[in-house]
Design a protein around this ligand. Structure first.
Ligand code: ATP
Length: 275
């Protein structure tokens, strides 16, 4: 486990710096800015890196402009990204021109164009469109195993062999389904359940309630990972923030499962890093 934590050191350091940059701008007047925009089902994030590929500024919003990995509110998505861009430009005292983005594995033909249009509609020129697992792996630096991105609407499973993504799948089960389960169990509205779930203090109480949904995610992972004889699973995505989710997945799959300190921002940061 210690070795695994050391492996995550780079990722954890970058994420910690980014979290700092969300509260307070780290650096003005960089020679160059690298920007990643992650348009998600539940969370839209922008990461700004400097010429040394270190995070200097960032912003994120909870939103409902994407569903099951697809943009469903185009105007809303453009508005949110534009607002965040302007907020960052004001903080940096510098206009931001180029941004890269990412899409879930296998959705380039159906949604790649829409995501590109949203980022362009917000005023950026496109610096690249990456696939989410490769973006996440820019931080994780995994050679072999499965990167499992449990997001808001979907769970992306990517199998890596010798540092290359050899298989990808995206299944429509994610944090939204966890919130639905909580809303039912606690007789709350979906919005209340969503907020309750995101609080770390709630986790000890809700994780046992969510165990069947987590086990469902584990069975989805196994469906896809079985033919590949993987030895390790690496969790990213906001839903992976749930305390102890890695232990339940490890028990259900029988495969050693790890996650970085904060799995929520791994993909958006990886997008900026890949520019
Ligand atoms: P997708 O990848 O499916 O398009 P997304 O990019 O919005 O979705 P993420 O930003 O990785 O996904 O994760 C969002 C999900 O993570 C939401 O369902 C949110 O409730 C959940 N989430 C975020 N933070 C926490 C937390 N601290 N505890 C539990 N769940 C969390």
């Amino acid at each position: 486990m210690l070795e695994q934590q050391e492996r995550f050191e780079y990722c954890n350091n970058i994420v910690a710096l980014f979290e700092k940059s969300l509260k307070k701008l780290i650096k003005k007047n960089a020679q160059k800015y690298y920007i990643g925009v992650d348009l998600g089902t539940a969370c839209t994030a922008i990461a700004v890196f400097d010429e040394e590929k270190k995070p200097v500024a960032g912003a994120y919003r909870w939103s409902n402009v994407v569903r099951d990995g697809m943009v469903v509110d185009y105007i809303g998505a453009v508005r949110i990204v534009k607002e965040m861009k302007e907020e960052l430009e004001e903080k940096l005292g510098h206009s931001l021109h180029y941004a890269a983005t990412a899409i879930p594995p296998g959705t380039m033909s159906v949604d790649g164009g829409v995501v590109k249009n949203v980022v362009e509609g917000a005023g950026f020129e496109i610096a690249g469109i990456f696939d989410e697992p490769s973006a996440a792996n820019a931080l994780l630096k995994i050679e072999d195993g499965a990167i499992v991105d449990i997001g808001g609407g979907t769970t992306g499973i990517s199998i890596l062999k010798d540092g290359k993504v050899v298989y990808v799948a995206d299944e429509a089960t994610g944090g939204h389904h966890f919130s639905l389960a909580l809303a039912g169990a606690y007789q709350m509205s979906l919005e209340e359940a969503e907020e309750f779930k995101r609080k770390k203090e709630s986790h000890q109480e809700i994780v046992p309630v969510l165990k069947p949904v987590i086990e469902k995610v584990a069975s989805i992972i196994m469906e896809h990972a079985k033919p590949y004889d993987i030895k390790n699973i690496y969790l990213v995505g906001g839903t992976s923030c749930l305390t102890g989710i890695e232990k339940i997945i490890e028990k259900s799959t029988g495969i050693a499962t790890y996650k970085p300190d904060n799995p929520l921002f791994v993909t958006p940061l990886g997008i900026a890093l890949q520019c």
